[in-house]
Design a protein around this ligand. Sequence first.
Ligand code: PLP
Length: 390
Amino acid sequence: MNPIYLDHSATTPVRSEVLEAMHPYFMEIYGNASSFHTFGQKAKKALEDSREKVAEVLGALPEEIVFTSGGTEATNMAVKGALQGNLEKGNQIITSSIEHHATLHTCQYLERRGYEVTYLPVDRWGRLDPEDVEKALTDKTVLISVMHANNEVGTIQPLEEIGTMARSRGVLVHTDAVQSVGKITVDVNELKVDFLSLSAHKFYGPKGVGVLYVRKGVPFDALFQGGHHEWSRRPGTENIPAIVGLGRAIELAAEEMDEVSTRERALRDRLWSAIEAGIEDSYMNGHPIDRIPPILNVSFDFVDGESVILNLDLSGIAVSTGSACTSGDLEPSHVLLAMGIPPRRSQGAVRFSLGRETTQEEIDYTAAVLTETISRLRSMSPAYADRKRR
Ligand code: PLP
């Protein structure tokens, strides 16, 4: 069996069609998109074509699309830019306790500088209650930042309801849609958001390139100062090969979304059925229905998620404990703790994230290796022996 990659929520390989689209922009069409000559204008055309592709998928206008170096930068731009651009309105931001660190650490940074941040709790499925969001509003609230789909458990937030309520109260909304773009429909008008972050490497595009959607007319300050690139909202010479790759990747992801999602959902459910039937004391984390198709997060009692990952890796299977940015960190996941999952059970969590090329054979093999691995690890656990004796 070839190595099996079930960590697509951490990152994905670049698709051959994407690489092919990017290729001419390294050595042939290498002009600076701000230059007036033909070299520059060809690069400019590629930049604008890509912007149009992104806008079309998100239901946005091309001028609302700002290219960035990825999801983290887009989120920093949105959160800091919205607050800085609306200082006369207030200094409060509302977010959830299960955001990616791109949002959480940005909020903590702002808190240290005197802004007020409200971190809202979630239920046991990892969902925010829109009523809690409404109750947290004050006359100083500038921004609500709530992720679309969670990167550890896949739960989808009721953004439409939050967006509708926020709009009626004159409050801006940002969503981190890094995990949802390309997996489920993401339309900025249906979701009623003012800012949205996405990242190409989560949908078979290159790393180091992303987008911040900024609704037309919304007051917003740039994070960086420099040239007039991206209407001065994100200065710096544009990374044309990466931007072309992002455009091609989002176009392909949108075209194939229904077919790929149906397949991933079926395989994910097959994996869970095998785990549920074959491994006692295993618990699925995340919303049973309102969840993006590729993610299955499971806690196995009496084992550490890190040991499971290392052992599966030795068998050629790549999975993770949750966020790639926190793996290696032995603290239980802040997402699972916020969902009320006890620390011990949070530490036994493993995230399987499927991809467009995942096969049934790979899933069946993973289930078999996992069953054997958990049983072997538990045979070394005194707590498990105790439980068996009782
Ligand atoms: N937000 C979420 C939900 C993510 O999963 C990630 C990536 O792990 C990011 C933000 C950061 O994106 P990037 O790696 O493009 O900076």
